[in-house]
Design a protein around this ligand. Structure first.
Ligand SMILES: N=CN[C@@H](CCC(=O)O)C(=O)O
Ligand SMILES: [Zn+2]
Length: 396
């Protein structure tokens, strides 16, 4: 058993149930886990000591929503959007063609580089999705290739109906043979429930197929307009509904109701459906920012995620998402950090493993080159990553 003491921490954001922020703290890492947290003056002996020289420390980011398995880019579409065109789901097909043309090694190299880049910015747990394959063999290729590269893998065969296909027939393919083929590789099934993608009945069909196999679910919902996505996610007990830009009171109430029996501090009850906000995507698509403030005020846990993808959000920078949530969504710094760590972990069902700095959890830490976490929003866009630990290892 090897122990390392991270010493001389000016500010430590634990993101524990009490939201404790410690000043002049230290953390003891034993192998891949956190073994002790407390005042620097009480720190135990360790095999090695790393002096963090008055920097601040927080849990590594848990990015619960990304689409890293793609080829090409859509810069032209982005430029047209900035000139006034609106985003439509159909752009996904452009990426599907560019991705199909890549060999396995080329595609794997791209995904691996994207994962490494996110890690270098503090993302120690990352989810990604298939969804640019849209035919059985290609979705399976993406699932097999993505599996070892990320911590959580989601099957999004229901991302877009391929041109020339009948929507109901394609939905049957996704819910049947495609899901059968990818099932052993995935943790979640997701559906893009939106006008131009999958309607309520088709979404229900895919969620039901996942549920019947005991596979957890997510929904892309209420991104481009009001719709049934949020309520379907709650009805099916999905871990999260993501985007959530267009919500009415009944959507927020449905989400809040799903958390009634959850008590984090008391360690009782079952989590409900997390509302995942994707501020980088909202800016890039010029959608209204998701109502994170209203959701929190209604008692709905939220996650912040990058949604890194070539169409709507070509960034995996979680510092940027946190800064935007503070500056433009009216979250406090502590709320934004919690949403980008513990909130993401809840959205992925891994909250007992990662997402906060507590004894026994995986030692995933982000060390900021700043004395306080407030610098994330106070100095937006600055490179504040000093170092990153994942499972107790210094990885950046
Ligand atoms: N909204 C659906 N899927 C992605 C965008 C995919 C694309 O346009 O390539 C998203 O989460 O924003
Ligand atoms: Zn997405």
């Amino acid at each position: 058993m090897a122990t390392t003491l991270l010493a001389n921490i000016e500010q430590l954001s634990t993101v524990d149930a009490a939201g404790r922020v410690l000043e002049n703290a230290a953390v003891l890492i034993e192998d891949d886990k956190i073994a002790w947290i407390g005042p620097a003056a009480d720190a135990p002996q360790a095999d090695a000591i790393t002096d963090l020289s008055g920097r601040s420390v927080l849990p590594g980011w848990v990015d619960s929503h990304s689409h890293l398995i793609f080829g090409g880019d859509r810069a032209e579409e982005f430029v047209a959007r900035m000139a006034g065109q609106s985003y439509a789901a159909g752009g996904i097909a452009v990426t599907t063609s560019a991705t199909r043309s890549l060999g396995d090694q080329q595609l794997a190299d791209l995904v691996s580089a994207r994962r490494a880049q996110a890690l270098s910015m503090g993302t120690t747990w990352m989810e990604t999705k298939t969804g640019y394959g849209l035919e059985l063999a290609e979705e399976l290729r993406h699932a097999q290739l993505g599996r070892p590269m990320v911590d959580t893998l989601t099957f999004l065969g229901a991302h877009l109906v391929p041109s020339g296909s009948d929507a109901d027939q394609y939905t049957e393919l996704v819910a049947g043979p495609m899901l059968e083929a990818v099932a052993e590789h995935i943790d979640f099934v997701d559906v893009f429930c939106e006008r131009g993608a999958f309607n309520e009945e088709q979404t229900r069909r895919v969620l039901y197929a996942a549920q019947s196999r005991g596979i957890a679910t997510k929904v892309h919902g209420n991104q481009l307009g009001p719709g049934p996505g949020v309520k379907l996610a709650v009805e099916f007990g999905s871990h999260s509904v993501d985007h959530v830009n267009y919500l009415d009171d009944s959507d927020i109430q449905a989400l809040a109701g799903s958390w009634e029996r959850w008590d984090r501090a008391g360690r009782t009850g079952k989590p409900g459906t997390v509302a995942t906000c994707l501020p980088a995507c909202d800016l890039s698509t010029r959608q209204p920012l998701a109502p994170g403030r209203e959701l929190l005020d209604a008692g709905v846990p939220i996650a912040l995620a990058s949604n890194c993808n070539p169409g709507t959000s070509y960034t995996s920078n979680m510092n940027f998402c946190v800064a935007t949530a503070v500056l433009q969504m009216n979250l406090t710094l502590a709320e934004a950090i919690e949403a980008a760590t513990y909130g993401g972990a809840l959205a992925l069902g891994v909250q007992d493993e990662v997402g906060s700095l507590e004894v026994g959890k995986r030692a995933d830490l982000l060390v900021l080159d700043a004395p306080a976490a407030a610098h994330l929003a106070y100095r937006p866009g600055m490179n504040l990553t000093h170092s990153v630990y994942r499972a107790g290892q210094l990885v950046f």
